[in-house]
Design a protein around this ligand. Sequence first.
Ligand SMILES: [Zn+2]
Length: 138
Amino acid sequence: MKKSNVFSNETAIKCSVCGKDLMLDPEMSLINIVQNMDTQKIISVKPCCKGRCDDIIQRSVKAREVSGWKDLTDFLNPYLYIKHIASVFNSTYTGAGFENQEAFEDYKKLILSTYPYVARDITEEEKNAAIWDDAMPF
Ligand SMILES: [Zn+2]
């Protein structure tokens, strides 16, 4: 799968159970998302292999929690990628959002690591603008 040059550092998407690089087989990978049934807040965001690794994550789900999933390939699809982010923005605005910092950081890591697969290549002019912007305090 084509990856843009938007980031210069490599960001692997690893199974949170066995550590496999999920981009070796994205069709057999998913994102397990656990939510609090009462608050609708996201408790955890765990990329993993379909099957055994997902089963292990699902076994850790507690009472009043619900485990759902999205295919990893959904986050490699430009339309579904931004649709999911907009949905999380909406739930954050209404007060749901994330129940803990780890879930927030894991979601952010997922979004950053899948972004090169939905983004176009960056031009030299844009690269220079990014260097200039990175030097600014905000
Ligand atoms: Zn795995």
